[in-house]
Design a protein around this ligand. Sequence first.
Ligand code: NAD
Ligand code: MG
Length: 398
Amino acid sequence: METRRISIMGATGSIGTSALDVVRHANRTGAVQFEIEALSAGSDAETLSAQALEFGARIAVIADETKLPELRERLAGSGVEAAAGVTAVSEAAARPVDRVLAAIVGAAGLDSTMAAVRAGNDVAIANKESIVCGGRLILEEAMRRNVRILPVDSEHSAIFQCLGDGRALDKLTITASGGPFRTATRERMRTATPAEAAAHPNWSMGIKNSIDSATLMNKALEFIEAGFLFDVSGEALEVIVHPQSIIHGMAHFTDGSVIAQLGAPDMKTPISYALGWPDRIETTVDRLDLAAMGRLDFEPVDDTRFPAIRLARQAYAEGAQATTILNCANEAAVSAFIAGQCGFLDISWIVEETLDRYFAGNMAEIGCGSVEEIALLDRFSREMARNVLETTQHGTGG
Ligand code: NAD
Ligand code: MG
């Protein structure tokens, strides 16, 4: 039986806990046995310590240093090492393993993703924001170190499964559920609360990813992620709305063939594919019953109600600076929305305004050639987004 050592960054989140479900089931039933080297979390010491104890992790790392005493106390006598701080998270990602699951949310995951790659660890990447900001850096480093980057995002996992050797490719499609406001008017969206925006019809996810799904900014980030991961131009990338979330992604070939990947909307499937590749791991995911479903629907994205995809196309065509600004302005805008400081439509509007300021030449001096430069641009973009929020008429979503 094959044994595989993995580490999970962002273990306590939606992806992290689903990954541990996959591991638990595989270890009970499967041909692959997983051992856990490191688990990390932002600030939830209670869940992190329980996970570390259950799975016999070597080390548990918490980003929030004030939680170290609690973590130590909960792990006392267990033999599981405890550490804290953002540097410790990246050091944990660099411990030699067969695969690191990068499941931290936001650009905060870039450091540890890069650390894993630099250490020569294969990376299962859920943390799309680190690809949107540092895609080229990560992929170039991965190439140099002969490291594999395996997609976890369901759309990208689908494409990875459909692509074959990638020859004679015409274009790639990623699907979007359309989120909770797929059929809503702008008037309705204007007054949407964080709780309404986070209530996703098909997928259960962390709060940030859920809000991003409601604005379609999640799909915008995935558009850019697909561009970087599969090295295709924006013209060769298509987003379509597919409310049932059964087809996740498709590869179109020059002979007219289209290969699609289908499955119930459950992240355990793509997580298991990325952890198990090149093997498939049995999961507990509901099996698909198309006859019972009866139909699958598709529609184009409405760029007027949902400007996010248009912004992603623009940013991706421009380059890594623009995609970093798009991502970081969005992170700032989503935080502001959750904190009740702006309306739902303001999120896309803040991103667009921040990008416009960049296009007008206000931020051109900051590059994207290193993790440090990206961190600087990240801070700058967030400040700019805050500035847009505070100095301009808002509440209308433009
Ligand atoms: P989540 O908020 O549920 O979990 C995030 C995890 O990261 C938690 O363990 C948290 O403790 C940790 N974390 C947060 N901030 C941190 C910081 N500053 N430093 C270190 N750790 C930190 O998020 P999620 O929904 O699991 O999403 C994780 C990533 O996967 C995101 O990039 C998201 O876009 C992507 N993703 C999620 C889904 C999904 O279904 N949830 C699907 C596809 C991709
Ligand atoms: Mg996705």
